[in-house]
Every structure is written in C-alpha cells, then in structure tokens.
Ligand binder design. Structure first.
Ligand SMILES: [Zn+2]
Length: 463
C-alpha cells in the first residue's frame, strides 16, 4: 500500500510536461470564472481540435465512427463525444466533471445606497465560509438579459486597468463582540453586500449615488435598473491564478473545484486522435455545488437526451439501444478531493486521505455518515480501473473525505450510476476547498490527465 510522490517518479522530460500542462490549465482557468465562461472556453478548445456541434454534424449527413461532436445546454453545460467503431449500444467511456463554483450571486433587486456608498446585495451560491469573502478584491462576471431578448456580457475586475469591488469587514479595533461569535456567524449572509461606488449625482436629493451608478450602467452597458430582474451576475475573486511555492509546484486560484478536473477530462478527450473502439464522452455539468438541480445540472435529462440525439444522428436510435448504451458505459466522475492538510490533521484519517502531489485520487465512495448519498463503486470495476492506471504507469491514490462522521459531501457520480453504469469518483486533491483561493499540485493535474487518457481505452465491463 506504499504510495509514491509523483514528482519523484517523473523523468526530467515529464516534469517539463507537467509544468507546461499547469500553464495551459492556468490560462483555461483564468478565462473560466463562471460556468458560462467555462463552456465558452471549452467549446473553443474542442473546436480547435476538430469538434463541431451536433447540429452542424447532422447537417453534413449521418454520423460516422471517428466523428467529433459536442452539444451545449443553455451555455452552461457541455457534452462532447468521439464516436466509436463499435455500435453505441456497447456503451461509452465517460469522463465527467462540474464547472460551477461557489460564489456570490447578485440578487434580483440588488442596488441601493447607504450613507453615500452604493451597494449590490448578494445571495451566496454553494457552500462557503462567508468570512473568507470580505476584505478581498472581487470581480463581477455574468450576463444581463434585456426584455427585448438582447444579452449584455459583463466581466469587470480582471484587467489591470479595471476597477475591482469589495465587501468591507469590521475593523479589529471595534471587533470585541464580533470576535466572540462562531465562525458561521462572524459574517452573516445578509452582510455580503458589495461596494460598487460612492460619487453622488449632482443636484439630486434622493439616492444620488444610486442614481449616478444607474446613469453609469446605462451609459457603459445600456442596462436599466429593471434589467437586474433578468440578470445572472456572479461576484468572484478578482485576478488571475498564480504559481505557488518557490518551486512553482502548486497553483493558487479561484475555481479549481472543479475546473481542475474539467480541464484534464476535456483535454484527454480532445487530444484523442483516430477512431476509438468504444464511443468516448466528456460531460461538463453545471449546478453541482447546489445539488445538481435545474435544467443544466446532472439531475436533469440533458445527458440522456443528448445521447438519444447522438444515436439518432448516427442512425442507431431505439429506446432499447439508448438503455443499453447507458447501462454498459464506464465512467470516471471527477471532482476535487480534500487534500490532506497538516495544519488540520485531526479531521483526516491519514492512511485514507488524499496527499498533495501523490497523483489522481479515486474515491470508492463519498457521502455522509454511513456512506449516505454515496455511489460506492463496484469492487470489480475498481479492479479494472487499477489495472488501466498501472498499465499506463499513472500515479494514483485512494481516499475518502475526512474521518468517519466528521463531515461529508456529494458528487455527480450517483446520478450517472442510476442508469446502472459503472461509475467511480475520481479527482485531484485540493487545499482550502471552496475558499476564494484554492490550491492544487501540478503533479496531480498531470497524473489525472495521464490517467484520464488511459481510461479512454477502458474495455467493456464483463457484467
Ligand atoms: Zn466540486
């Protein structure tokens, strides 16, 4: 059961490859601050590697083995395929990850002023420690859908010359009472109000700062106050990811969870050349952080519907073919693992914890308490995955999320396993999960990419 540090296993050449992959991932992460931006970046990446949309492919005639296609849903969720030589009823090899991250969403009626400071009111999305989001520079990303159907895209706070935004914290000098509160109450949800301006409109008596800000929004973006009703504006940490450590082995940035799994999943698929035996698939899904609900989450029928469309486009559709295709599929459902943190060792059970720099991590189960809500992968399937990793000399480790009964969490795995397919949770260890800045190791990213490439050659399970 001896685990190997990835860095000590890599040749000089491979270390360079791991560094280069980290750089390419950083560029992808920096242009993917929201799920919408991540879909756009992913479509660009896929199109550069010869993928076309399913509609474009349909227009060219019947899909043939080797065809590279993708489908997106509402610009927030993406599925890409490479058609295999075998009939699709033999099943697919699927890599899946989610592309939404914890953040602060702007409320529907957000704009107000108090004592000449202009604010946007927010409602947080996903599980966050609220106190981590104050007194740090924030950026504003998203879309505003006007009543006439036109869309305004916003991205403010990323360029060097852009302004940033901030939520103020109480000065330490007056924090006697605040410091006695529990961490959950130090900053409350309704305190997460973002300062966006402070110059009043000349000659205005009532709400002059708000009026000036509305004027500014109208002049710069042609947005009226009522347009906030149909907007999705996300407040996220401002700025680009950074190399971390004197040796640059780590990357600090916003949204590693789960774009650090989405990137190598998509990259493994798009780097695949030729016609595979089994059909290959990559799912990048939305809404995982709030339970995978909604039309663009994994709990929706989008995945199943796209599979039906794919079968139809290849002239192979029947209801039974679809069921067989799903049940005979194998999947790595990737989400970040809790990296073992020596600063907080008491919550981990070390021999079953994910270590930073020890490779791609497999979780037989996740869940809470007695494995509640978990997928709990089949032993036979894990044996097959182990063999694939060992044959390709991929450094991997196994882990669970902390000590028994300390906490827990879920992923998209159980939603895919409802089709009866073989699914295991996989992913990359991260430190400070769900914090504004999270930390990953370049070595683990590289190992995951190699592991995902190896998985695409997974044979059918003998069921
Ligand atoms: Zn996640």
């Amino acid at each position: 059961m001896y685990r190997k540090n990835v860095w000590s296993q890599l040749s000089q050449d491979e270390i360079q490859q791991a560094m280069a992959m980290g750089d390419a991932y950083r560029a992808y992460l920096d242009e993917s601050k929201t799920e919408r931006e991540c879909v756009e970046a992913s479509v660009r990446l896929a199109r550069n590697e010869g993928f076309i949309s399913l509609e474009e492919a349909r227009a060219q005639g019947k899909l043939q083995p080797g065809a590279r296609v993708y489908a997106d849903w509402m610009g927030k969720s993406l599925i890409a395929f490479i058609l295999g030589a075998q009939p699709m009823e033999k099943g697919m090899n699927i890599l899946g990850a989610h592309i939404d991250s914890p953040r602060l969403d702007i409320k529907q009626n957000p704009l107000y002023e108090e004592e000449s400071l202009g604010y946007l009111d927010t409602h947080y999305y996903g599980g966050i420690k609220k106190y981590q989001w104050v007194a740090v520079p924030l950026a504003m990303h998203g879309v505003v859908a006007r009543k006439d159907g036109s869309i305004v895209k916003l991205s403010i706070g990323e360029k060097e010359e852009d302004p940033v935004f901030c939520i103020s914290d109480l000065l330490v000098h007056l924090s006697g009472e605040q410091m006695k509160k529990t961490a959950a109450e130090v900053i409350e949800g309704e305190t997460l109000n973002v300062i966006i301006g402070s110059i009043p409109l000349k000659g205005e008596e009532k709400e002059p700062v708000k009026k000036a800000l509305l004027q500014l929004l109208k002049d710069s973006y042609q947005i009226e106050e009522e347009d906030f009703l149909s907007a999705e504006i996300e407040i996220v940490p401002a700025g680009k990811s950074r190399d971390m450590g004197l040796d640059r082995s780590l990357i600090a940035g916003y949204g590693h969870d789960d774009r650090v799994c989405a990137y190598p999943s998509l990259k493994a698929l798009t780097d695949y050349s030729g016609t595979p035996e089994r059909t290959l698939c990559c799912i990048l899904t939305d809404k995982e952080e709030i339970g995978s609900v909604g039309a663009t989450g994994m709990a929706s029928h989008f995945f199943e519907n796209v599979c039906a469309e794919l079968l139809d486009a290849a002239g192979q559709y029947s209801e039974l073919t679809l069921r067989r295709m799903l049940i005979r599929s194998c999947m790595l459902s990737s989400d970040v693992s809790a990296g073992y943190d020596p600063n907080f060792s008491s919550v981990f059970e070390k021999k079953n914890a994910a270590l930073m720099g020890y490779g791609v991590c497999f979780n037989k189960f996740t869940g809470r308490g007695g494995k509640g809500g978990s997928n709990d992968a089949n032993a036979e399937y894990i044996a097959l995955v182990r063999r694939l990793m060992d044959d390709a000399q991929v450094c991997f480790q196994t882990a669970e999320l902390g000590k028994v009964d300390v906490g827990g969490g879920g992923t998209i795995a159980y939603m895919c396993s409802k089709y009866g397919m073989s699914v295991i949770d996989a992913g990359i260890p991260v430190l400070s999960m769900h914090a504004p800045w999270e930390v990953i190791s370049r070595a683990d990213l590289y190992a995951a990419y190699k592991g995902y490439c190896a998985f695409l050659n997974c044979p059918a399970m003998d069921l």
